[in-house]
Design a protein around this ligand. Structure first.
Ligand code: URA
Ligand code: SF4
Length: 207
């Protein structure tokens, strides 16, 4: 994959972070308040990848801390997954104005940073939150309503697992059978089961 001009290989997450915090390689740099690098365990087995920072993330410099982040926290807490035990990041590290979808060129410029994060953290499961992250990470995946809840073989031993974006759940509050919330509740239980199986040494599922 193409490297950002100012992104030579970083040797640690911290050296990568300082590089990313001063990045001005794409147009999103002009309107951001803070770069949102990502946070969590540097040895996480699971990474959650969203689309890009929203307003509260832009203000604080932390991923998924606004309304969608609170929803993500609820989803994780429902199965006893602690934020600190996973890694949480985004496709682009700077907020698209008005929360628009990042442009293809912005994602192309920024994702070498995500690739470097993946290379350093070496997760075994990447949870793509929403359609933008899913389509970027796995362009041949069907749309999110089809792909969510599926463990895809992705790269080597890494599995990719799409889920609805938490902001989608905010728009559809129903918990009825078949609702986005209901399906997400099923999906996060699959993630939890995958973690439990890994801890017990059993093979992981893949499709
Ligand atoms: N939405 C995202 O995709 N990422 C965040 O960090 C916050 C909201
Ligand atoms: Fe750099 Fe990514 Fe921010 Fe663009 S979105 S300025 S590539 S860190």
């Amino acid at each position: 994959m193409k490297q950002s001009p100012d992104a030579p290989a970083a040797v640690t997450l911290e050296s990568l972070r300082s590089r990313v915090l001063s990045c001005t390689a794409c147009p999103l740099a002009a309107s951001r308040a803070n770069v949102v690098f990502g946070e969590g365990s540097p040895t996480a087995r699971v990474m959650f990848i969203g689309e890009g920072p929203g307003e509260v993330e832009d203000t604080t410099g932390r991923p998924f801390v606004g309304p969608a982040g609170q929803k993500l926290d609820e989803v994780l807490a429902s199965v006893g997954i602690a934020r600190e035990d996973v890694y949480i990041g985004n496709i682009v590290k700077c907020r698209p104005p008005g929360n628009r979808v990042p442009a293809r060129g912005e994602m192309e410029t920024c994702t070498p940073f995500l690739e470097a994060q993946i290379a350093l953290i070496q997760p075994l499961l990447v949870v793509a939150l929403g359609n933008t992250a899913t389509q970027w990470l796995k362009p041949d995946a069907p749309g999110i309503t089809q792909s969510r809840g599926t463990f895809y073989s992705w790269r080597g031993d890494i599995l990719l697992f799409p889920m609805f974006h938490p902001s989608y759940l905010l728009r559809y509050p129903s918990r009825d059978k078949g609702s986005p919330k209901y399906l997400t509740w099923l999906d996060i239980q699959k993630v939890k089961a995958w973690l439990a199986e890994r801890e017990s040494g059993a093979p992981a599922p893949a499709e």
